[in-house]
Design a protein around this ligand. Sequence first.
Ligand code: ASC
Length: 119
Amino acid sequence: MMSIKNVMGNHFGRIGAMVNGRVPFDAAAAQVNAEIVQNMSRLPYAGFIAGSESLGNTAALPEVWSQPDKFKAAAQKMQDAVAKLNVAAKSGNADQLKAAFGDAGATCKGCHDDFRKKP
Ligand code: ASC
């Protein structure tokens, strides 16, 4: 699960570098990265099955398993937002990409606040 999210974070971060002006806007690279983020976004949740909380070595809080409907809704919000990020990346419009990146990042953070152990 975490390795999937590391891949997501890496490729999401490459878009972030563009929208935050650390690297020049590159529409083709944004498309590639947004596609990877969207594909990865579909994968992690099959791993959070009942009983997996006892496997240990997890950054997930117990709320992932005790509030599964809330967790599922948060995951869906992220998946919807990264789907929109992918649409925005395909548009080739830097302003649309920036807005969609902000919205998607907020869904990452929202779920981490409620469901991930703090470092
Ligand atoms: C990232 C990343 C996250 C989110 C989050 C947004 O680039 O790896 O988990 O953005 O930090 O607030």
